[in-house]
Design a protein. Sequence first.
Length: 318
Amino acid sequence: MLVDIVKVLAGLGLLVVAGDWLVKGAVNLALRLGIPALVVGLTVVAFGTSAPEMMVSVAAVLDHKPAIALGNVIGSNTANILLVLGLPALISAIRTDEHDLRESWMMMIGASLLFILLAFLGPIRWPQALILLAALALILGRQIGQAMAHRRGRAEEEEELEGADAGMGGAKIALFLVLGLIGLPLGADFLVDGASGIARAAGIPEAVIGLTLVAIGTSLPELATSITAARKGQADVALGNVIGSNIFNLLAILGVAGLFGPLPVPEGMKHLDLWVMLGASLLIAPFLFRRRPFTKVTGIGFTALYAIYVVALMAAGG
């Protein structure tokens, strides 16, 4: 099992670094091609930051381990809300009155309900995958349209875009892209192999490993970013990132993974994990609609709920 643990750690590290390289290369290539920074931020950056999770899910499908692919996404969405919002709230209150995220939240709930419906209708195959990707295209189209309509007064957007570097040369952009495109599948392969080995050695179903170890691992960059922001008194940035990430996880990652092979949803996920994911998503509604902050008490509650969920999964899996 030691070798498998090393594979998991190496895979996670490679995914984080390679994902960062890919984002930097793709952002600067898009800007050099004349694509508006606003559009780049909503598309290239969003896809790039989700690339590690996407590669893990695709690698799992190709390796005939679809339960890990599904667990990665469903578990990540649950962890994003209960952990990525819960832990920073312990450090600093997360305000909800500075940005109106109600429509984005409704899109997240819509994406969750769409996936749950498709999960109960049968395995996620290419037709269902195309439905998920079509829903993503509609959401992106609306977001880009709204963003472009409110673009006035944003002269500094080029400098604010994550990963943008006006002085980056073509050779450096190409190097970042190549390293990212090579590193991501390698990291994903290490992570999936290591996670599968741990599951076999510990006698735990692969779905449980996907919902816990893989899901938490691929959510670590978002968690680290949110905790850093909370320490700087900017914990509110985590809320928009979590909602956007959850939408991409369901529609983009599972949509792409479903094109590479069928994704049969285990009965355990249908009876528990899908509803935990949806329930966690619904928990943040009162805060958004009443414009109330996530306090330390909220953080304790969210973190405790996640701990109870993981313990229940391990107990059931064992």
